[in-house]
Design a protein around this ligand. Sequence first.
Ligand SMILES: NC(=O)c1ccc[n+]([C@@H]2O[C@H](COP(=O)([O-])OP(=O)(O)OC[C@H]3O[C@@H](n4cnc5c(N)ncnc54)[C@H](OP(=O)(O)O)[C@@H]3O)[C@@H](O)[C@H]2O)c1
Length: 254
Amino acid sequence: MARTALITGGNRGIGQQVARVLAMDGWDVLIGSRDKAKGQSAATRLRKDTGGRVRAIELDVTSDASVETAARVLRDGAIRIDALVNNAGIYGAGARGPDAVSCTMETNFFGPLRVTLGLLSLLRDGATITNVTSGLGELSNLDDAHARLLADPDLGRDALVDAIRGFVAGGGTDWGTDAYGVSKAALNALTRVLAKELAGRDIRVNSTCPGWVRTDMGGRGAPRSVEEGAASVLFGVTATQTGGVFRDGAKIRP
Ligand SMILES: NC(=O)c1ccc[n+]([C@@H]2O[C@H](COP(=O)([O-])OP(=O)(O)OC[C@H]3O[C@@H](n4cnc5c(N)ncnc54)[C@H](OP(=O)(O)O)[C@@H]3O)[C@@H](O)[C@H]2O)c1
């Protein structure tokens, strides 16, 4: 039986390349895209390129309603997920303006949490969840107090969510680094928390860092190709470990 993967933000960049590799490997691939037309054209492109089974599903990670609708569509189609890749993210120009901090946290931190919880009943026991992180989310970039908070092994989901809500309410200025860095540091902490919560179902949850990659986000000057970045992310899809942060298959400090 073919395995099924869902990749958020799969219509371009690293997410599209992850989708491409999985389609070539024989997976049933669902491309999550907040824009239906962009998702469909990416799915058409990947079907043509790979000959694989690729479909689009409308999914805006910042919207409860969108996640609920996507879950209903999947449930109605009797689709179960073997690998969820929380890849959708924004950085810099993607999140300018007065709501930039909130928008960054809603997409990069609350997005993976919302999608994971919203689709949890559709994940098979033994599935993997891969949260796409960044070196900018290393705890060493945060001030000591907040680095300690996120590193605390006893930190639970509610306390983490409260802390991030506090960061947003405070204008996103007082953790020692910018909203993007905090969003990815918090995502790594969420990875650890979810890994513990889901261990009973043998669902492995890991963060994987693609490195600095030549995509719309990373820009043309980045040292890594999209293929290299996606390969680093793909480690999470078949990982046997749980709760870690990895780059190129090697565990790194969160
Ligand atoms: N590129 C790098 O150097 C780098 C380095 C470290 C980590 N990362 C991480 O890698 C991941 C992918 O980055 P990338 O370089 O491929 O970025 P990208 O080329 O800018 O693509 C971002 C993707 O996320 C989607 N997205 C944004 N907001 C969304 C939302 N609310 N709901 C659903 N999809 C949404 C975008 O959809 P639209 O097309 O609709 O905008 C697009 O498909 C991100 O999590 C990023 O933080 C990237």
